[in-house]
Every structure is written in structure tokens, then in C-alpha cells.
Design a protein around this ligand. Structure first.
Ligand SMILES: Cc1c2[nH]c(c1CCC(=O)O)Cc1[nH]c(c(CCC(=O)O)c1C)Cc1[nH]c(c(CCC(=O)O)c1C)Cc1[nH]c(c(C)c1CCC(=O)O)C2
Length: 348
């Protein structure tokens, strides 16, 4: 039994006494206690692959920030690794795949991973975290959207344009679909296993949605996300966060998911008209947290008013930036709690 189930109720579209709040990328990065633990280890992967440590880092923001959800400490790139493509996390630079996917032979070599065999460390981390949380807040599981995973597997590292990955969509769409098929099958099994291990809600991150043209987004991304959503157990809410996909609201309106994540470029009042009765998540500009406490408070209040009191999960419009002052994050969280309560009292 959960002591605080605001997130799940908001995701299901039920009335809540206040708006739940958490932050994308809340685990790690901004917390001194994360940096202290991280400094003692060989690197990011040791943290991700050691369930007790991953659980500890997952719970740090619950203690430090008093958010309404935990998100399992892991990375979207564990999926390509489970399929046979190892990644490295290069200090201060980001992910790197020494081998990339270019040819039909490369796709054939990849396996559809069995999550119990190849991603057992994540499932163990979820189990340890659940036990340690003792029902304080729900635990969010996650995976990358197939398109975003393909982008890293083909490109080999982060990029502003991902032009190698997008080139494949133009030059060899069939090959892209074969790769997306394997990623999607792996992701469905992986997210289902996360839910069995204890994840209460799962989020699909399509971080590179915004660089596709609308036709390609429909053909190479949305249909696979749709399939993933449809394959989840009916009682587990799914959130789809497709950064920059303002052109794809029609796709999202039909998506069998409960919640749509919005980046900070979007106006929730406009999106509400387009996607029907879904819950919306977001969408404060992460840079708003560089302001003074008064400015953070004002920006947060304005955001809450745009979403309205119900069917909203407060968050940033993307992950929190590493150099953000945790005290400003606290102002954001406290303002959501106080002001969303007040919005309901004003109504009642
Ligand atoms: C694109 C993407 C990645 N990873 C992820 C995405 C999708 C979300 C998004 O768009 O931001 C998802 C992710 N990565 C991480 C989480 C942990 C849970 C959370 O707190 O949200 C989550 C949900 C830990 C992480 N993943 C990474 C770190 C930093 C590693 C470190 O400790 O040095 C953390 C805490 C590394 C990572 N991982 C990735 C990149 C590009 C980088 C390097 C730059 C960066 O720091 O974001 C790939």
C-alpha cells in the first residue's frame, strides 16, 4: 500500500487534493550526496549496475526534496547494451558507443533481449528500492522510445542533428524498421518486467522526437510507442514524453497512454484542447530555476495556473540541469504544493 499515491491518481485522471510533483533527472546530478557517492566509484555504470547503490541514489531526492515520486536510477542506454551494443559513459561528455549499427548484418547481430537475463540488475534495483521506500511514494520505471534508442545506436553518441540516424530513415527505411522492431520487442518485455518487479508507473522518453519531420515521426516513432503503450498491463499508467513533438498531438490523442509530458515550449491550454481527457505532465523551463527564489515562485505559479488544478503532474519541461541550485528546486516543489492546494480552495 502506498502512503502517497497522488501521482498515480493524477495519472489516472482522478481528483487529487493537490498537484503531485517530481523532476525528470532528479536522481543524481544536482545533489551533493549523489556526487559524494559517485566520486567513490569507478564510474556511472558501476552505480547503475549495483542494485543497492542504484536504490540509494533513487531514494536521495525523496529525502532531500520531498518529491511525490521516485524514478529508478538507470539510463535509457541499458537497452542497446542488453541487445548487444555496449555503451561507455565518458566523463563530462556523455554516452559513447564504440560500435554502431550501420548495416543489415549489424541489425542481425543484435538480440531481442530477455530482461531477466540481460537487465536483471535494473529489476533487482527496483525490488531493493521498493523495499527501502516502504510505500512512501510510487516508483517510476522508464525506457527510451525506440526512435531515440535507434538514434544513439546508429549515431554512436549525442548529436545536435542525429543526421546519420535520420539518413537511415531516408536511405534504408526497411532496415530502420527492422531495428525498431527489435528495440520495441525488447522494450515491451523490459517495461513489463519493471512493472512486475514493482514499478507503479512507466515513462517512455522520446528525447529526440523533435528532430523528425511529422511524417517520419508518425512512421518511425509514434507507431512503436503506441505498440508499447498497448502492451502494458491496463492498471499501470504510462506517460509518454516526446520532447519537441508539438506537431504530433494527433498521434498522442490516440495513444493508449494516460499522461502526456510537455516540454516548456508548449502551452498546456492549447494541448488540452487537442489531446482530450489525458493528464498532462510538465513543463517549467529548467532555466527558470536559475532565477531568484521570488522568480522561481512566480514562474511556478504561472505554470500551475496554465495547467489548472486537476489532471496535472507538475515537473520541468526536460531534465533538471546539473548546475541547478537544489534550494531553487525546493522552492519549485514547495510552490507547487502550496499553490495547487490554494487553487482548489479558491474553487471550492
Ligand atoms: C537521452 C537520455 C539519456 N538518459 C536518459 C535520457 C532521456 C531523458 C532526457 O532526454 O534527458 C534518461 C535518464 N538518465 C538518467 C536517469 C535517472 C533517473 C532520473 O533521475 O530521472 C534517466 C531517466 C541518469 C543519468 N544519465 C546520465 C547521468 C550523468 C552521469 C554522471 O553521473 O556523470 C545521469 C545521472 C548520463 C547520460 N545519459 C544520457 C545522456 C545524453 C547522458 C550524458 C549527459 C547527462 O548527464 O544527461 C542518455
Amino acid at each position: 500500500m502506498l502512503k502517497n499515491d497522488l501521482l498515480l491518481r493524477a495519472a489516472r485522471g482522478e481528483q487529487t487534493e493537490r498537484t503531485p510533483v517530481w523532476l525528470m533527472r532528479q536522481a543524481g546530478r544536482i545533489l551533493p550526496e549523489y556526487r559524494a557517492l559517485r566520486a567513490k566509484l569507478s564510474g556511472f555504470k558501476e552505480l547503475v549496475e549495483t542494485p543497492d547503490l542504484a536504490a540509494e541514489v533513487t531514494i536521495q531526492p525523496i529525502d532531500a526534496l520531498d518529491v511525490d515520486a521516485a524514478i529508478i536510477f538507470s539510463d535509457i542506454l541499458v537497452v542497446p547494451e542488453a541487445m548487444g551494443l555496449t555503451y561507455e559513459m565518458v566523463e563530462a561528455r556523455g554516452p559513447l558507443f564504440p560500435q554502431t549499427v550501420q548495416s543489415a548484418a549489424d541489425v542481425d547481430r543484435l538480440r531481442v533481449a530477455d530482461p531477466h537475463e540481460h537487465l536483471g540488475y535494473v529489476l533487482d534495483a527496483i525490488r531493493v528500492t521498493k523495499r527501502a521506500l516502504g510505500g512512501r511514494v510510487p516508483l517510476i520505471g522508464f525506457a527510451g522510445a525506440p526512435w531515440t534508442i535507434l538514434a544513439y545506436m546508429v549515431e554512436g553518441h549525442g548529436s545536435k542533428t542525429f543526421s546519420k540516424a535520420r539518413r537511415m530513415l531516408f536511405q534504408d527505411p526497411e532496415l530502420a524498421h527492422r531495428l525498431l522492431r527489435k528495440i520495441t520487442d525488447t522494450t515491451i518485455a523490459y517495461l513489463r518486467a519493471q512493472i512486475e518487479a514493482g514499478a507503479n508507473l512507466v515513462q517512455v522518453f522520446d528525447s529526440w522526437a523533435g528532430i523528425l519531420n511529422p511524417e517520419h515521426y508518425h512512421e518511425f516513432s509514434a507507431r512503436y510507442i503506441q505498440e508499447i503503450c498497448a502492451a502494458m498491463p491496463a492498471d499501470t499508467p504510462v506517460t509518454v514524453f516526446a520532447k519537441g513533438a508539438f506537431f504530433a498531438h494527433q498521434d498522442f490523442a490516440q495513444m493508449p497512454c494516460r499522461t502526456i509530458g510537455l516540454d516548456w515550449n508548449e502551452d498546456p491550454r492549447h494541448v488540452r484542447q487537442l489531446v482530450g481527457d489525458k493528464t498532462l505532465q510538465g513543463n517549467l523551463d529548467p532555466c527558470a530555476l536559475y532565477g531568484s527564489p521570488e522568480q522561481v515562485r512566480a514562474a511556478t505559479v504561472a505554470m500551475l495556473e496554465r495547467f489548472g488544478p486537476q489532471r496535472h503532474i507538475a515537473n520541468l519541461g526536460h531534465g533538471v540541469y546539473p548546475d541547478t541550485n537544489p534550494d531553487r528546486v525546493k522552492v519549485f516543489i514547495e510552490t507547487v504544493k502550496e499553490h495547487s492546494l490554494r487553487m482548489r480552495q479558491d474553487l471550492g
